[in-house]
Ligand binder design. Structure first.
Ligand code: COA
Length: 260
């Protein structure tokens, strides 16, 4: 599919998804959300893609939130549908994805922008990045999973402080809270993201998918995360990748995984 608001690039087994609406600080309108749904669905299915890096065009913003101009006149029903569709079509799709997704936060990540980054499996930031959930300044609350994922990532007290004050935090503060795992200068952001992802892509692909599934299970209501871990662990023994990994270790050579 041809995208109007996303740039797609490939580098070996890495797919880049770049949100390209710089004049509006990459704010998420309905077209971008629809394109993100297609881009991630295709990337997860494409056997040539091992993992994904998502970032924003330019140096000012990752994503400055959902597009406020689009929902300014919404009523209760439309607001509910906006959050519901966004969560299932994009944010949960990414979080539950079978391939690792890294958010490279290159500037403002606010509201839906921070929620997008939080749906990814790993977040790294440039030292100029600013993050926050400012929805209460608009008379709203986060609707794309922000109340849940921020709390999971940094704990209830700090999450409530950020959500209730609407304050932005710096990249260094975000690292201290565990919201991002690395802070680097702007020029090194994608280099760091690629370095991390290339290392992950040396590992067994089916085991990566199983690990994401098991970790997520612990945060899903009514699901026994320990039980899912047992099931996923057991399934790994039925993969060729496991046979290859064990044989490579015992043969003192590097494993070559095929994702089978
Ligand atoms: N929705 C729609 N448009 C947005 C936007 C958003 N979330 N964030 C930025 N934009 C637009 C601005 O309206 C402006 O458009 P214009 O040039 O046509 O007027 C353009 O992007 C540049 O933003 P501007 O506000 O002029 O830049 P700034 O450097 O003065 O401020 C921010 C940067 C990020 C602090 C400010 O844009 C902002 O507060 N954005 C909204 C953040 C927010 O509340 N997000 C949560 C939404 S639920």
């Amino acid at each position: 599919m041809e995208f109007q608001n996303l740039l797609i690039e490939y580098k070996e087994r890495i797919q880049y998804i770049i949100i390209n609406r710089e004049s509006k600080l990459n704010a998420l309108n309905k077209d971008i959300l629809a394109e993100l749904h297609v881009a991630f669905s295709e990337a997860f299915k494409n056997p040539a893609v091992g993992g994904i890096i998502i970032t924003g065009a330019g140096t000012k913003a990752f994503v400055a939130g959902a597009d406020i101009s689009e929902f300014a006149n919404f009523d209760v029903k439309q607001g509910t549908a906006l959050a519901h569709e966004g969560q299932s079509n994009v944010f949960n799709l990414i979080a539950d994805g079978s391939k690792p997704v890294i958010a490279a936060i290159n500037g403002f990540a606010l509201g839906g922008g921070l929620e997008l980054a939080m749906a990814c499996h790993i977040r790294i930031a440039s030292e100029t990045a600013k993050m926050g959930l400012p929805e209460v300044t608009l008379g709203l609350i986060p609707g794309y999973g922000g109340t849940q994922r921020l709390t999971q990532l940094i704990g209830k007290g700090k999450a409530l402080e950020m959500i209730l004050t609407a304050d932005m935090i710096t990249a260094v503060e975000a690292q201290q809270f565990g919201l991002v795992t690395h802070v680097v200068c702007q020029e090194d952001l994608l280099i760091k993201a690629e370095e991390l992802l290339q290392k992950i892509l040396l590992r067994a692909p089916l085991a990566l998918a199983a690990a994401i599934h098991a970790v997520n299970a612990g945060f899903t209501d009514g699901v026994d995360g320990y039980g899912i871990e047992i099931a996923e662990f057991g399934k790994c023994f039925g993969t060729k990748d496991f046979k290859e990994g064990a044989a490579a270790f015992l043969g003192k050579r590097k494993a070559e995984f095929k994702g089978e």
